[in-house]
Design a protein around this ligand. Structure first.
Ligand SMILES: CC(C)(COP(=O)(O)OP(=O)(O)OC[C@H]1O[C@@H](n2cnc3c(N)ncnc32)[C@H](O)[C@@H]1OP(=O)(O)O)[C@@H](O)C(=O)NCCC(=O)NCCS
Length: 176
């Protein structure tokens, strides 16, 4: 990412970053989270889908709350020792400021605490920012799914992160 854009963003968005809290999503966040997704994706999840996740014991959903304004969301679904990252998005005007990184760090930490050892996700092959975010957190590309996405049609990379025990907690194995 161009350094100049990053530092400009950091200055412009300092007030949001100072008050940033990464916390579990609640019912009261669903409308704002759904708007975030609508702005980020051509086929966004509905409010109903997010409400379903709140009622699901196997789902972990986090929001980035900047003094009451929801500026990011990250979700994971668990199936025994396996997890799948289902959603990650950050408000466009605050991208490049470290919010995605904070969400990923916390969700991987919580995944480890829940006993998850392997996390998978899909990402558009053109989504350089997301791929880079995932690689920085220990994900590796392990496959490619043809025409996985619509609007526009595009292949997906399948990425995997293995969590292993470093003595006290589970962490991405490439980071040990
Ligand atoms: C992907 C996304 C969540 C990243 O969130 P973000 O808050 O902008 O990311 P951060 O500022 O925390 O950056 C974290 C890392 O992401 C990568 N990254 C972020 N923006 C990038 C860009 N424009 N180009 C390349 N890499 C980028 C970098 O590796 C960065 O690492 P660094 O912290 O060492 O610089 C955000 O771009 C987004 O919401 N995109 C639209 C929704 C989306 O595509 N979600 C992924 C679906 S699979």
């Amino acid at each position: 990412m161009p350094k100049s854009i990053t530092s400009w963003n950091r200055k412009k968005t300092g007030k949001y970053m100072e008050n940033l809290e990464i916390r579990p999503m609640t019912e009261g966040d669903v409308e704002a989270v759904s708007k975030l997704e609508e702005a980020a994706f051509s086929m966004p999840w509905s409010e109903e889908a997010f409400r379903g996740m709140l009622a699901d014991d196997n789902a972990v959903y986090l929001v980035a709350d900047a003094g009451g304004r929801i500026v990011g969301v990250c979700g994971l679904h668990q199936s025994f020792e396996d997890g799948e990252i289902t959603n990650v998005s950050v408000l466009e005007e605050l991208r490049g400021c470290g919010i995605g990184r904070r969400l990923m760090e916390k969700i991987l930490f919580l995944a480890g605490k829940r006993g998850i050892t392997k996390i998978l996700l899909e990402v558009r092959v053109s989504n350089v920012a997301a791929i880079s975010l995932y690689e920085n957190h220990g994900f590796l590309i392990i496959g490619r799914r043809k025409d996985f996405y619509e609007k526009p049609w595009e292949d997906a990379y399948v990425m995997q992160c293995l969590l292993k025990d470093d003595g006290e907690e589970k962490v991405p194995s490439r980071m040990c």
